[in-house]
Design a binder for this molecule. Structure first.
Ligand code: GDP
Ligand code: MG
Length: 172
């Protein structure tokens, strides 16, 4: 629990990546610890949040979900405004979604705040039989861009809390 003296910090988290990679599912798993097989495609602004206690602070992660912008491969600048963390997500069973990550990273670089912390996330590791992107390939791209890297499954929950625990958004 949050001790009385712990500062509470709010951080805006944006999730980018191709349609279908599991952005909404990741957000729901992290904030609601649940998984629904069939979501309607996200329409309109969507928002959810969860607080995590760190050693020296409590961080409230306010997660913004794209409103179908991924279809146009371009982000509304407002979406990135004041963001502290960006998760660039691909689906490990879709090499195409991995290739497209580069263009998402470019947009984060161009339109995101200068101090934005970016993470590369390979989602759907429960689909290992269908894997098209080796772990090492993801690691290499992450290293090349200086990004935190993690593989996750919104379905099983694997890796997701780790992402948020490991990305220390703000040093107090
Ligand atoms: P978004 O378009 O990026 O927001 O993707 P969604 O969260 O809507 O997910 C697209 C589809 O992939 C849905 O049918 C989800 O149930 C499925 N999905 C999302 N994450 C996972 C995962 O980790 N494993 C599996 N097997 N399916 C997933
Ligand atoms: Mg969605």
């Amino acid at each position: 629990m949050n001790g009385k003296s712990l500062p509470v910090i709010k951080v805006k988290v944006v999730v980018v990546g191709d349609a279908g990679v599991g952005k909404t599912s990741l957000a729901v798993r992290f904030t609601d610890n649940s998984f629904i097989q069939h979501y309607k495609q996200t329409v309109g602004a969507s928002f959810c949040s969860r607080a995590l206690d760190f050693k020296d602070k409590t961080v409230v992660f306010n997660i913004w979900d794209t409103a179908g912008q991924e279809r146009f491969r371009s982000l509304v600048p407002m979406y990135l405004r004041d963001a502290g963390i960006a998760l660039a997500v691909y689906d490990i069973s879709s090499h195409k979604s991995f290739e497209n990550v580069e263009s998402w990273l470019l947009q984060l670089q161009q339109y995101g705040p200068r101090d934005l912390k970016c993470a590369l996330i390979g989602n759907k590791i429960d689909l290992d039989d269908l894997r098209e992107v080796p772990t090492q390939e993801g690691q290499l791209v992450a290293e090349g861009h200086g990004l935190y890297f993690e593989e996750t499954s919104a379905k099983s929950g694997e890796g997701i809390d780790k992402v948020f625990n490991d990305i220390d958004p703000i040093e107090v």
